[in-house]
Design a protein around this ligand. Structure first.
Ligand code: C2E
Ligand code: CA
Ligand code: CA
Length: 379
């Protein structure tokens, strides 16, 4: 099969190599590779295992499945790949004809990578590169403004880290945060981002004395350290920033998993008046009982609900209920991932407090953010 594909692509002028050995496959995955054609059933391994390994390594190369398995299995595999953050761009059911293969390849060449805004990242990231990134602090922080719906004012900014890789360009956090957690590097990354964020936050002018808040994403793993509150308060003092101007965002799924081991740190942070936000709300299946126990001040509706609320009744209900629950529990409710006026107006109509998303601005470097705020606030 591999030979056949190579012959066909070579006649199209596209270099190709084929292997059924996983070791050889990963060795040959160089930056030049622009497409992977993956057979779901292989002699030494199966395609699902390869997908997991590709995902672990942050692979961004488009993938085409080839397989003789049924449509249902193919769909499940596509869904799995999607949930792992991989990009499946098509499939070929075996046996297929050469003209079908050529059609798929032509389409792929014409369309290119669907996530071109993201870093060009064709080869897996090695653990050593991640360790090195921390030692050399190869990170920049971008900020996305948050706008109060009632008065259209900028009330906060969220710090979002990017890895400025010396060779690969800008790498987005979805590709490295969980690896940093596994490698035990996430605490150090958190301090690097917090330090940069607190330093740059000073440049954000607060028009008409409206206090602006800096939101920082914190991994739940970092909150298992009983000293976290003391270290964090010391950092705030060092940068002369009041805890009233800080929100720490922690994911709902993390909170559910680690509530008992982090509740004391969360409570101490609140006692020091640092605000807490439940991020990605709705994706972690929190029981109401548990949510009540989290001393949070804000609920952040996950962008997947916001983006689907005009096509899915259940997502719309979820958004509406989250606003109600948040308000019933005395919390501020933020919707992220707002991209259209339609979404904005619906959120306004149900009383959501704050919005954030590309409709207003993408995350920006601090100087561009400051200029954006000035334009937005007319100052
Ligand atoms: P998040 O905290 O849920 O951040 C929101 C993500 O949505 C950001 O992706 C942001 O760029 C993106 N976004 C904002 N508005 C829109 C929109 O209108 N449409 C769409 N499609 N996307 C939008 P980003 O920057 O790639 O960050 C991804 C995740 O990485 C974050 O999700 C957060 O969980 C994590 N992360 C980012 N910075 C840090 C950090 O400093 N520490 C930790 N522990 N995690 C971080
Ligand atoms: Ca967040
Ligand atoms: Ca989120």
């Amino acid at each position: 099969m591999g030979r056949l594909i190579c012959d066909a692509t070579n006649t199209m002028g596209i270099p190709c190599s084929a292997t059924s050995d996983p070791g050889t496959f990963f060795r040959e995955l160089t930056p030049e590779v622009t497409l992977i054609m993956l057979d779901l059933i292989m002699p030494k391994t199966d395609g699902i295992e390869i997908l997991r390994l590709l995902a672990q390594q942050g692979c961004r190369i488009p993938i085409i499945f080839m397989s003789g398995v049924g449509k249902r299995i193919l769909e499940s595999a596509e869904q799995l790949a999607g949930s792992l953050g991989l990009s499946v761009v098509g499939h070929l059911s075996k046996p297929f004809r050469i003209d079908q293969l050529e059609a798929v390849l032509h389409r792929q060449i014409a369309e290119g990578s669907p996530r071109s805004e993201h870093a060009v990242l064709h080869i897996p990231i090695a653990d050593e590169e991640l360790r090195n990134a921390i030692v050399q602090e190869q990170f920049v922080v971008h900020y996305q403004p948050q706008v109060q719906l009632s008065n259209n004012r900028v009330v906060g900014i969220e710090a979002l880290v990017r890895w400025k890789h010396p060779h690969r360009g800008l790498i987005f956090p979805d590709l490295f945060i969980s690896r940093m957690e596994t490698l035990g590097l996430i605490d150090q990354l958190g301090w690097i981002v917090a330090t940069c964020g607190l330093k740059e936050f000073k440049q954000v002018v607060t028009p008409n004395g409206t206090p602006t808040v800096l939101s920082l994403n914190v991994s739940i793993f970092s909150l298992r350290d009983l000293q976290f509150t003391d270290y964090f308060m010391a950092l705030l003092r060092q940068h002369d920033v009041s805890p009233h101007n800080i929100i720490l965002e922690i994911t709902e799924s993390g909170l559910i998993k680690e509530l008992s081991s982090t509740l004391d740190v969360l409570t101490r942070l609140r006692m020091k008046e640092v605000k807490l936000s439940v991020d990605d709300f709705g994706t972690g299946y929190a029981m109401m009982q548990q949510l009540r126990l989290v001393p949070a001040t804000e609920l952040k509706i996950d962008k997947s609900f916001v983006q689907n609320m005009h096509t899915s009744d259940s997502d719309r209900v979820m958004v509406q209920k989250t606003v109600e629950i948040g308000h019933d529990l005395g919390m501020n409710v933020v919707a992220e991932g707002v991209e259209t006026i339609e979404q904005l107006e619906f959120l306004r109509s149900i009383g959501c407090d704050v919005v954030q998303g590309h409709l207003f601005s993408r995350p920006l470097p601090i100087d561009q953010l400051v200029a954006w705020i000035k334009r937005h606030e007319g100052i």
